[in-house]
Write a protein that binds this ligand. Structure first.
Ligand code: DGL
Length: 254
């Protein structure tokens, strides 16, 4: 008789970025089983058109369901912005958690009223993000949101090209420092993987906001019955549509 795959939480991203979310999930719920899928063979998503991101997101979600996942976390701001609504409509019974730039907590946190938002072009241009921004601007009149999409940064992180990462982080941080931002939202899951570089380039007076823990808490709330009572040691199954090595070597981060 074929064995049933054990109930797991599926997590996907365009590549290695979602590991920053997986780390938060495993910290909060170490006893659960996880299946991680990096769509590295098709990354990055951030500068692609919406049809491409939706098609890849559908494929990734289906791959996770085929591996026995009974809930899924879209650990990618771009895929959430573009595909989450459709994926929810297509899978109405599946608990599906997304991630979006944490501009609400950032607006509450800023002292000087200048919030920087770093995210991909796809995220910043999406209707979902624009609607969120409009809502937060209404709630926080007078606060300014400085949006910046560091072209090529997610790809450089994906490829672990440190020369390129350093140059692009410095460029992005300069753009936000010029606007006097005291709070900066990391709106792409690849960026927390180089958190130290952002912190150094922005200086100690600037707060960096990463919503990974909030996503993990939301996932905990939505756990289906098959996962709720799981105790003991959790497992982790790593998968990539590209090279698996960067994923494995970054596991140390977890
Ligand atoms: N990590 C992704 C995000 O959170 C996308 C990066 C990319 O593929 O461009 O937006």
């Amino acid at each position: 008789m074929p064995t049933q795959p054990s109930p797991s939480i599926g997590v996907f991203d365009s590549g290695i970025g979602g590991l920053s979310v997986l780390a938060a999930l495993r910290e909060l719920m170490p006893e659960k089983n996880y299946v991680y899928l990096a769509d590295s063979g098709y990354a990055p998503y951030g500068e692609r058109d919406t049809d491409y991101v939706l098609a890849r997101s559908r494929i990734c979600l289906q791959a996770l369901l085929d591996k026995g996942c009974s809930m899924a976390v879209i650990a990618c701001n771009t895929a959430t912005a573009i595909a989450a609504k459709t994926l929810r409509e297509e899978n109405p019974l599946l608990p599906l958690v997304g991630i979006e730039p944490a501009i609400k907590p950032a607006a509450a946190h800023t002292r000087n009223g200048h919030v920087g938002v770093l995210a991909t072009q796809g995220t910043l241009a999406s209707e979902k993000f624009q609607a969120l921004l409009a809502q937060i601007q209404l709630e926080h009149p007078g606060k300014q949101f400085h949006l910046h999409a560091p072209s090529g940064l997610a790809l450089a992180i994906e490829q672990q090209d440190h020369t390129q990462i350093d140059a692009l982080v410095i460029e992005a941080c300069k753009a936000l420092s010029d606007k006097a931002c005291d709070t900066v939202v990391l709106g792409c899951t690849h960026y927390p993987l180089v958190l130290d570089k952002f912190a150094e380039a922005l200086g100690s007076g600037v707060t960096l906001i990463d919503p990974a823990r909030a996503v993990a808490l939301q996932a905990q709330k939505l756990l289906p019955a098959s996962l709720k009572n799981k105790t003991g040691q959790g497992s982790l199954n790593l998968n990539s549509t590209g090279d698996i090595k960067p994923l494995q070597s970054l596991l140390a981060l977890l």
